[in-house]
Ligand binder design. Structure first.
Ligand code: DQQ
Length: 538
């Protein structure tokens, strides 16, 4: 087998070769979606970073263009790092990005504008000579000062942006304000928000969400019946953490709600391999879209051998759950245009220890949606109080898919070899605490590959699912794509992306099962699974 091909994705975004990381400056402009991303034109490891550029009509099929922004000026000679796009009044897009100006990684914030507004793809970008727009003052650590957000306009008519930073382990988002011309930025009196002991905050994202419906809101929108979300990528945990809260426009500060834990133990956009994400408002379909990055979990040597590293998860629509406590995410509907052959299962019972194989589709490249049900919660296992301090991931490592339980584990065995030498289970397990139930969702890579190079990362990713079990149902959707298993629990309340590298469960040697390993009988109410066509990625 050709190592460069066997784990490549069929419909998750990746360029033909080399290293990719963060999505940058996503926007919908004149009917076209723009995706820029951190890219190394020279190899499969991080370095030589430029803003590669692809455009799309549907967020799934992409047309590659030349890099839009690359080091060329004194204010970005050592790197063009992450940033965001803002569409200014008069329909004028502008990009803010971080330039690296010296070998000490000194960071400044620059802007770029389209060279030719009549080019529908906006291929060429100009970096005017009045850059940089923002440099760090003496109070700021200038090598931890990056990733400007999309700007929003306050009621006073001034623009505001955030830049991620840290001081004495306190992560923070520093706010800058500019008048209408977008060119004159001054630091606000206070950071919009900060939290002790969280380390450097990368790739901040700050946006309003509706309390009324699933529609997205323009980033500058402010009014009744909304909440704000602050997402930051924690350099130390390598997860994208967020809180839901209130933006106090008088104090120009953000206050997380008391239902949102502010820090490492808080909510994550994805409980797996997902980082440096960014949203944008799609005014074509009135929705907010989330883009992210899933790094490899293989060794650097293997990345170099295969000649590529990094993929982007499927763009997700994102909105506030009616409870107001968390976000919900779902793959954009356009993904469904890739669905080909379909198989279906209805009302299939699974007793303890039973599994059923899903056959007849290309299960190494598939979209699977399933609804499980059960008749009683009585058999739920007690939640060990000593686990309260653990991360969900640690509980999943203790209570894996083969550890028999009461209510669960049940779910899917993805990218499985025929005799289960390899498999990546995605499953639920329901626990009972003193007064309620706790639903654990796992995407466990620990048995995903027979390759056991010591540095290969095979984590038992997991998160809890805050779901009402009154109807005794749990749904799961998994997007399987050779080395990606991207899963959505309970309609997108908990999401987990895993990167896995099977050696046997590849192409048509891969198998897919639904299983139950709990004492309570589980019913597959319906399972729909589709072969997925290749997306046009390059
Ligand atoms: N990646 C970029 C930085 C950002 C980091 C550099 C996050 O701007 O902080 O490639 O992955």
């Amino acid at each position: 087998v050709d190592v460069s091909k066997v784990h490549r994705t069929g419909y998750h975004f990746q360029p033909p070769k080399n290293w990719i990381n963060d999505p940058n400056g996503p926007m919908y402009y004149n009917g076209v979606y723009h995706l820029f991303y951190q890219y190394n034109p020279k190899g499969a490891i991080w370095g030589n970073i430029v803003w590669a550029h692809s455009v799309s009509k549907d967020l799934i099929n992409w047309i590659p263009l030349e890099p839009a922004i690359y080091p060329s000026k004194v204010f970005d000679k050592y790197g063009t790092w992450s940033g965001s796009a803002t569409i200014l009044p008069g329909n004028k897009p502008v990009i803010l990005y971080t330039g690296i100006v010296d070998a000490n990684k000194t960071q400044v914030q620059n802007y770029a504008i389209p060279a030719n507004m009549s080019d529908p793809y906006l291929r060429k970008w100009i970096k005017p000579d009045n850059n940089p727009l923002i440099v760090a003052d003496k109070t700021i650590n200038k090598s931890q000062f990056r990733d400007p957000t999309t700007a929003w306009m306050g009621r006073d008519g001034n623009w505001r942006i955030l830049v991620g930073s840290v001081r004495n382990h306190r992560g923070k988002v520093i706010m800058y304000k500019s008048n209408k011309n977008f060119m004159k930025w001054t630091k606000a009196k206070h950071p919009l928000h900060s939290a002790p002991g969280t380390g450097n905050w990368e790739c901040p994202d700050f946006f309003p969400v509706s309390l009324k419906n699933k529609n997205g809101l323009d980033t500058s929108y402010n009014g009744k019946d909304i909440k704000h979300v602050l997402k930051v990528s924690f350099d130390v945990t390598r997860f994208d953490h967020y809180t839901v809260g209130t933006y106090d426009t008088k104090k120009d500060k953000y206050f997380p709600d008391n239902t949102s834990i502010d820090g490492w133990k808080g909510l994550r956009l994805d409980y797996g391999n997902y980082y440096a994400s960014k949203t944008f408002f799609d005014n074509g379909k009135n929705r907010r879209i989330l883009l992210g990055w899933a790094n490899e979990s293989d060794t650097v040597d293997n990345d170099v051998r295969k000649g590529w590293a990094g993929v982007h998860p499927i763009p997700r629509k994102i909105w506030l759950d009616p409870s107001g406590k968390q976000l919900v995410q779902w793959p954009v509907q356009e993904l469904e245009t890739l669905r080909k052959k379909k198989v279906q299962l209805n009302n299939k019972k699974l007793n303890k220890g039973e599994k059923v194989e899903i056959k007849g589709i290309t299960v190494a490249q598939a979209d699977v949606e399933v609804i499980f049900s059960f008749t009683s919660l009585d058999k739920a296992e007690p939640f060990d109080p000593s686990w309260a301090d653990l991360y969900a991931q640690d509980v999943c490592a203790i209570k894996g898919s083969t550890v028999q339980g009461g209510l669960g584990p049940f779910g899917l065995l993805t990218l499985a070899s025929k005799n289960l030498e390899e498999y990546t289970p995605v499953f639920f397990r329901i626990f009972k605490t003193h007064d309620k139930y706790k639903v654990l969702m796992c995407s466990d890579a620990s048995r995903s590959s027979l390759k056991n190079e010591t540095t290969m990362y095979k984590p038992s990713f997991a998160g809890y699912v805050d779901v009402d079990l009154a109807d005794k149902k749990l749904s799961l959707r998994s997007l399987i794509d050779h080395s990606v298993v991207e899963s959505f629990g309970a309609g997108g309340k908990t999401c987990i992306t895993s990167r896995v590298y099977p050696t046997l469960a590849i192409f048509d040697k891969a198998h897919l099962f639904a299983f139950n390993n709990g004492a309570e009988r589980i019913t597959i109410e319906t399972l729909n699974a589709w072969s997925m066509a290749n997306a046009k990625l390059h």
